[in-house]
Ligand binder design. Sequence first.
Ligand code: BTN
Length: 393
Amino acid sequence: MRDDGLLYRLDAAVDRGLLGRGTAHRIALVAGMRNAVPSDASSSAVFSGEEWGRVLGLSRAAIHKHVEHLRSVGFVITSVPRGGYRLDHPFDDLVVAEAVLPFVLGAFGPGATQSDASGPGTAGVVGLPYLYLPACGSTNQVLKQKATSFPSGTVMVTDEQTEGRGRLGRTWVSRAGEDLTFSVLLHPPLAPARAHLLSLAAALAVAEVLETIPGLEGEVGIKWPNDVLLGADKVCGILLEGAMDADRLQWAVAGIGLNVNSAPAELLGTLVPEARDEWLGRLRPTSLRARLGHEVPRAPLLAALFARLAVHWTGLGDEGTVAALLAGLRQRDVLAGRVVEVLSGPPENRLVVAGKAAGIGRDGQLLVRNEAAEVVAVFAGDVSVRSAGGAVC
Ligand code: BTN
């Protein structure tokens, strides 16, 4: 079924230089194949290459070439007699552009789309340009190298990250083809002193998306500054890096690792013993699958994350938006009322403050009431919760 709205949005993205023409054609084909209506109830939907050639102004040979490309990136498409094609397997666990952008651009109903509120290319859209590598060292590292030449909202997505980095110099492990591992480039009109709001906003966006997944209601929390937890275990980490001028952020790259379909034991098994001890000594990892007992398709989830991130990253310069962000964080603050210890992080790892967490301050800082009953505001650090027996976790 032809979707003129989608074709228009694809054209607009191509015209603005946010999407390659070939990728746009393949996205139209993927959406066409998935939305194809079966000719009768007993058969699967067949998609006519000839008809789509007419819609897109392409020859049948060009359509065939695009289908071959889609097969090469993981789509399972069967050729049927008389130039037809059939999508024989759901593709919603793939994270190539052709699998995720149909969701971003509203090809299957409003869902996670950002296209209703603002056309592609307008401020606040996350997901275009969409850069994908089957494997890379670190998506943050790759995107940082493009920070001055690509527009705000560009994403770098990978299926396998071999040198993933976490906060405070730690390692981040994600399983190839199972988790979500991506970075987003931003050129926010923010003063450097407010950069931390970007990572707080990212944590809130991730938490809000996870809360919409049936079975996770009431499970999601945020450990300041930006760990997203399911119960007591960590499901998502965020690493914000950036460069600044004297009075303005030049760019920021927000890297997000979300454990989706991996098994926590497998994640731990890939770590060297010292890294495993460090990780186990603090938050245990979990994944959506471990918590829900079933797999979660990554493509619509990634599109939903882009849409929510766009909402929370827009307008961080104005008071009302920041107040709403802080309210969302306070509602999900797992540290409030707990006895905590804040360390400066490596290499010194000195004690910044110990005491009872007293909520999140008006600038997004962690408030800790120390033994002298003074409230200390912490802007950065490594927070551990002291359990009843005195151990930290
Ligand atoms: C943390 O919790 O310490 C932050 C983890 C951040 C991991 C993500 S995965 C995508 C991006 N690329 C990286 O190398 N790190 C971030």
